[in-house]
Ligand binder design. Structure first.
Ligand SMILES: *Cc1c(COP(=O)(O)O)cnc(C)c1O
Length: 472
């Protein structure tokens, strides 16, 4: 693999507006995703690129190549470890999907969701901004030579020393939601460009945030008065409807409230210039509906002629579907229904507990922290690679063999799947895979019990446009 730090030197960041002004030709399939390779239209004519292998073929080949080279009978410790295959083409398609649905809103990718260096390189080349919440995240983005104006320090409760750090680095945009924070900013970075983060109704989201962050509309007026008194520079309003939002009305209501705060700010002499609509966008087919409601609210309250800049902080939207995880079966326990044991042999009704080398303390941390339910599929069983075949899929009916799937640590809570049925018999050394493992997985994995969290990632890219940007 080419080191991302080397790549950074060769990538010329694209101007975001330049990219949005080009016509983008998309061929969408029924589920709203794009299957064909997309062609960006330059001027009048456009060229059809050679249609290469599909995303599934590329991911499947990368998975196959690695697992077929590992023999659990004689490999070195760790060679059979969990690994990821990342399709950067998926990130590129999501970016086009974003621009098609929210053309006025510039995304600032939420780094915490997945700080994978190649993912960040591609987003940087695509011209997105970045939402960071700590010194390390800001450092990582600045190291890619991203201009500080493309970063928002979107944490309403910042560390003093980090504030001094961003003042030094000229990362000016940041959020606040309380009076103590305003006084802190007045002390350490009085020239910062401030976004007042307001409370939203997040009851329908997977990860609620409003009990921790956000100013209620009762307090925004006095906060703006205090900011004025302290001589601070308030430039916008931000909100976050909660990570994994499912109710588009939450976006509508939040835009409406933000508009109220814009008017309050005007009374205090602030001419706000930016609205930040936060994150929470899911990558599934609810996105189009969300974006439709949000876009309509923006057109109503912040129309194009208002001249207000619109930004957002999507995380999972970009990252989740791009990463597929493969994990190895390290142990198996056979469970016999005692009624069925007659002659000591395994009856067709036997079920199994599978122990794999990744779990909730590892990349399946998303089960605990992000309320996810990753779906197991069979990658390799009995010497056959089954990726993307019917035999890989869990079965809906009562046929097949029943499994529960457990992580490698000694903790009983470390369970991935309570019950799933596969048409094949799995044993030690076989592999499972899980799709949509890009968001809030690796970033919150621990090394509890001595199991590693620095797993290998193989990068593929199913979009020629993204390959060109990355020099792949
Ligand atoms: C986590 C977070 C995001 C990203 O949320 P997603 O659900 O991944 O889109 C955006 N903004 C802020 C302030 C966050 O804390």
């Amino acid at each position: 693999m080419v080191m991302p730090t080397l790549l950074a030197d060769r990538i010329t960041p694209l101007d975001y507006t330049e990219l949005t002004n080009n016509h983008v030709f998309l061929k969408s399939c029924s589920n709203g995703y794009f299957q064909q390779h997309n062609t960006i239209h330059h001027g009048e004519e456009y060229h059809h690129h050679h249609v290469g292998p599909s995303a599934k073929e590329l991911i499947g080949n990368a998975l196959r190549k690695r697992v077929e080279n590992i023999d659990h009978e004689d490999c070195e410790p760790g060679e059979e470890d969990t690994f990821f295959v990342a399709d950067l083409g998926e990130v590129y398609r999501q970016h086009l999907r974003w621009k098609r649905n929210l053309p006025r809103v510039k995304p600032f990718y939420a780094v915490k969701c997945n700080p994978d260096p190649m993912l960040l390189e591609l987003l940087s080349a695509l011209g997105t901004g970045f939402d960071c919440a700590s010194k390390a995240e800001i450092e990582q983005v600045l190291r890619m030579r991203v201009d500080p104006s493309r970063i928002i320090y979107a944490h309403p409760c910042k560390t003093n020393s980090y504030l001094r750090y961003v003042a030094n680095q000229n990362v000016r945009q940041m959020t606040f939601d309380n009076a103590d924070e305003l006084r802190k900013i007045a002390r350490f970075f009085p020239n910062a460009e401030l976004f007042l983060r307001i409370l939203t109704d997040d009851t329908s989201s997977l990860c609620r945030l409003s009990m921790k962050f956000g100013a209620s509309l009762d307090s925004t007026d006095s906060l703006l008065a205090l900011a004025r008194e302290l001589g601070l520079n308030v430039v916008g309003v931000s909100f976050h409807v909660g990570s994994g939002a499912s109710d588009p009305i939450a976006f509508y209501k939040a835009v409406q409230d933000a508009h109220v705060v814009f008017q309050q700010a005007a009374v205090h002499g602030y001419s706000l210039k930016t609205l930040d609509v936060g994150g929470g966008f899911c990558a599934d087919n609810t996105f189009e509906q969300m974006a439709g409601v949000l876009g309509a609210a923006l057109d109503e309250y912040f129309p194009a002629h208002s001249g207000i800049n619109l930004i957002a902080e999507p995380g999972r939207f970009y990252a989740s579907a791009a990463f597929t995880l493969a994990t190895n079966v390290i142990a198996r326990r056979t469970i016999q229904d005692s009624e069925l044991i007659n002659n000591g042999t395994t009856t067709p009704d036997a079920s199994y507990m599978l122990y794999v080398n990744d779990g909730v303390y590892g990349n399946f941390s998303s089960i605990m922290f992000d309320h996810q339910n990753p779906i197991a599929k069979v990658l390799r069983a009995g010497g056959q690679t089954l990726y993307n075949t019917p035999a890989a899929e869990g079965m809906d009916d009562e046929s097949g063999v029943e499994y529960s799937i457990w992580g490698p640590t000694c903790d009983g809570i470390d369970r991935i799947t309570l019950s799933i049925r596969f048409p094949v018999v799995l044993d030690v050394g076989d592999w499972l895979y899980f799709e949509d493992m890009g968001a809030y997985t690796k970033c919150s994995a621990t090394t509890f019990n001595g199991f590693p969290n620095n797993h290998h990632t193989t990068y593929v890219c199913s979009e020629p446009g993204a390959r060109a940007l990355l020099g792949m």
